[in-house]
Design a protein around this ligand. Sequence first.
Ligand SMILES: [Mn+2]
Length: 404
Amino acid sequence: MTDPTPEYEALTNRLADKGLDVSRIEHELAGFAVETPSWGYGDSGTRFGTFPQPGRPRDVFERIEDAAEVHRLTGAAPAVALHFPWDEVADYGTLREHLGRSGLRVGAINPNLFQDPDYRLGSLTNPDPAIRAKAIDHLLECVQIAVALGGDAQSLWLADGTNYAGQDDLRARRQRLEDGLSRLYASLPDGHELLVEYKLFEPAFYATDIADWGSAILLCQRLGPRARVLVDLGHHAQGVNVEQIVALLAHEERLGGFHFNNRKYADDDLIVGSVNPFELFLIFCELVSVGRELPRLTIDQSHNIEPKVEAMVLSVVNLQEAYAKALLVDRSALTSAQEASDVLAGHEILLDAYNTDVRPLCAHVRGRNGAAADPVAELRAFGYAETIAAARSGTAAVSGGTPR
Ligand SMILES: [Mn+2]
């Protein structure tokens, strides 16, 4: 815990003068938690190539070590989303112990129905019943993995779709999808939730089976109340108003969570807040305005040229700052402006919060949480990247080994 800095004192005095409840804001900010993805720490690339990085984790145990470092520095990344079969192990008890020893818990379980050659023409929507059955078996296996690891969520993105008009019957595919997901939903233990992610296109280029929030929410409404929609910031057409989608899903009580990243062109999977921080802020404004607990927040990024742990730390910091700014919005003044039909007053209230430098506030809250005031600087000073590069030079990982 560090003493308050002059910048923190100046900021919080100004916020208090405006009538904001600084201690409540700090309490909310201190509780902010995002899941980081195990797949975000390993090698990744584009369809043109993959660039292996020194120190890249060789197995799920080392991916969890990297996630633990992100949590140590930010105090806001206490869970790891896992992906199967990429994170498959022989003994899930050992994996659960490793998570606990690392100060982490399991996040959402992400089944993989896009990599197996059998899924070339789809998984749950495949015209071949044997392939559909195989896909359902994998989904049911992932529910058991969640139980074994103490998790409570399945997060499903389907790559299913067609590339050519006439390739398959669109309504028949929808029926197969509903039937398969019904099997999954029926297998969920009490308290487990199903997050249904949508994506406009890619890998399918004609008709993606769950292409937008509408097709996702209709599925969820058929399945039951524990099926909710997951919004990935890279999965919309250009220009789509994502914060409005967030508001609509929240209104319908079907907002399950997020995959945070940022994009300029398509599903670029860049660091969240790196391209459009204003959109990120507006999304958090919607979440704050709902006035309930935040939904499940997860980072879903693919770091191809940037150092992965640093990219993840920066992403968490950017999320904390966007959330902090949203907490600064003077909500009663905003409501008054809206009720008075004042076109620009509400907009200016949002801009005032957005333009506030919240870094001293976030640094203070991180310090109070036992994390780093400046996580990126501490990561670099500590030399974590060099440490893991030296420790992970071989090809065979020692399960549960620690890089430092
Ligand atoms: Mn995603």
